[in-house]
Design a protein around this ligand. Structure first.
Ligand SMILES: Nc1nc2c(ncn2[C@@H]2O[C@H](COP(=O)(O)OP(=O)(O)OP(=O)(O)O)[C@@H](O)[C@H]2O)c(=O)[nH]1
Ligand SMILES: [Mg+2]
Length: 421
């Protein structure tokens, strides 16, 4: 069998017989093991092997093959993405949940050759599945949740007293900190602990088969129950970010830059307002193994409670924070007015938030204009009796005192929690 045989294309039937070693007398058939051995130089026994190099080493270094060479790093062929596209987070959603229908009971009367009046033998239907939501760290948004969720129905009963199987429950994972509200806005459940489960809609019970209805007066009942419908409820599901400390400030004040400076979180930073459209949470780790989470939320502006800018709806993300850090751009004239507006808008949303332990960060202190504005801001902040920290998030200046303050705040709040419990 020469190499030319495989290279030239057959034209006549005769050529084809010559070209294809497995064809004889013009009948095409699949190659046999002996054909394979003839064609594959490394196979002598019909077992296919990877080729080997001349010194006997396997020339493949892929998964599962033994190599005597040192492992080398796999070169990165795909360049890192430069995309700045931000996928909006789905943090509020309305869903209709429906429990599974129960299986119907069966009507059956046993009739066997030797037992023609065997009596009723219709089995019960299985129960419909529930719909449950489970808090988990694996999820960060509600994107994966469809707007209508239906659980599995129970299996119908059948003759010979066979009961239908109960349906499997449907478990949907949600982020920790998910709230379930009724259609009138009342908070029903708060899944704020990892692994917490909420049964949102119960499945219907399976119907009884006619066997169940046998009585002294009716030995052959021809009645059975239908399986019950599952519950059908509409909920508004909402995520409230769980962070220990919330950063609040005007757009462009430098909140995201500051979060990048103190944590490994990477929110987008840009010199225009409303760069941040969704909360970002970063973690500050301390050497006593405590981890404090800090949330950067979108910027607030005057009139936000009247839905100016992005409104104040996203303030729900700081409702669970132990403390707040007001971040002020000190380079703009009269920076204390920012603080006044921020506190006013928070008061409009929920006055209780103003009572949380708070500090003020005078940001952009590296700019020359900030020096003269700082004194006025200090006087205003002293009147409010709040701690003030001059910082530059961009240049990482003034960070350690704030990290110490965040830790103090965390410790104090946690101690209070423990003593309350
Ligand atoms: N000079 C100086 N510039 C800063 C500092 N912090 C932030 N900036 C700049 O201010 C601009 C806005 O910063 P961001 O961190 O995006 O501001 P933000 O508060 O997150 O803004 P929004 O997301 O729109 O609310 C960027 O151009 C930053 O480089 C700072 O300490 N000094
Ligand atoms: Mg931002």
């Amino acid at each position: 069998m020469s190499d030319d045989m495989f290279q030239q294309k057959p034209t006549t039937a005769d050529d084809f017989i010559r070209f294809h070693p497995t064809v004889s007398e013009g009948i095409r058939r699949h190659p046999t093991v002996s054909d394979f051995i003839r064609r594959c130089p490394t196979s002598s026994d019909g077992i296919r092997r990877h080729p080997t190099s001349s010194d006997g080493r396997n020339i493949f270094r892929g998964h599962g093959l033994i190599s005597t060479e040192e492992p080398k790093p796999i070169p990165i062929l795909k360049s890192k993405s430069n995309s700045t596209k931000v996928k909006p987070i789905v943090d509020i959603k309305t869903v209709k949940v429906r429990g599974g229908k129960g299986g119907d009971g069966c009507i059956s009367l046993r009739r066997l050759p030797k037992n023609p009046l065997g009596g009723p033998d219709g089995g019960d239907g299985g129960n419909g599945g529930h719909i449950t939501f489970k808090a988990t760290t694996n999820k960060t948004s509600l994107e994966h949740i469809p707007s209508i969720i239906e659980a599995n129905p129970g299996v119908k009963g059948s003759n010979r007293d066979c009961h239908g199987a109960n349906a499997e429950h449907t478990v949907i994972e949600v982020p920790i900190g998910t709230l379930f509200k009724s259609s009138n806005g009342k908070i029903l459940v708060d899944l704020d602990v990892d692994g917490a489960v909420f049964v949102a809609a119960r499945g219907g019970a399976g119907g009884k088969g006619n066997h169940y209805f046998t009585s002294d007066v009716n030995q052959a009942p021809e009645v059975a129950e239908y399986g019950a419908d599952g519950e059908e409820i509409t909920y508004t599901i909402e995520i409230r970010t769980i962070a220990d400390v919330g950063l609040i400030g005007f757009p462009n004040a430098g909140k995201s830059t500051f979060l990048r400076a103190i944590t490994r979180a990477r929110p987008k930073v840009a010199p225009y307002p409303f760069t941040t459209l969704q909360p970002h949470v970063g973690v500050v780790k301390y050497d006593d193994l405590n981890k404090v989470t800090v949330a950067d939320i979108p910027g607030l502006i005057a009139g936000a409670h009247r839905n100016r800018g992005l409104g104040i709806g996203f303030l729900r993300h700081i409702e669970r924070c132990l403390g707040l850090l007001y971040l002020v751009d000190t380079s703009v004239p009269e920076p204390w007015l920012q603080l006044e507006v921020l506190r006013y808008e928070i008061n409009e949303y929920n006055p209780d938030l103003l009572l949380r332990p708070s500090g003020v960060l005078a940001n952009k202190m590296d700019l020359p204009e900030s020096g003269k504005n700082y004194e006025g801001l200090k006087r205003y902040v002293d009147e409010l009796n709040l701690p003030l920290f001059p910082v530059s998030g961009l240049n990482n200046v003034g960070i350690p005192p704030i990290l110490r303050y965040i830790k103090q705040l965390y410790d104090v709040c946690n101690t209070e929690k423990v003593s309350d419990a």
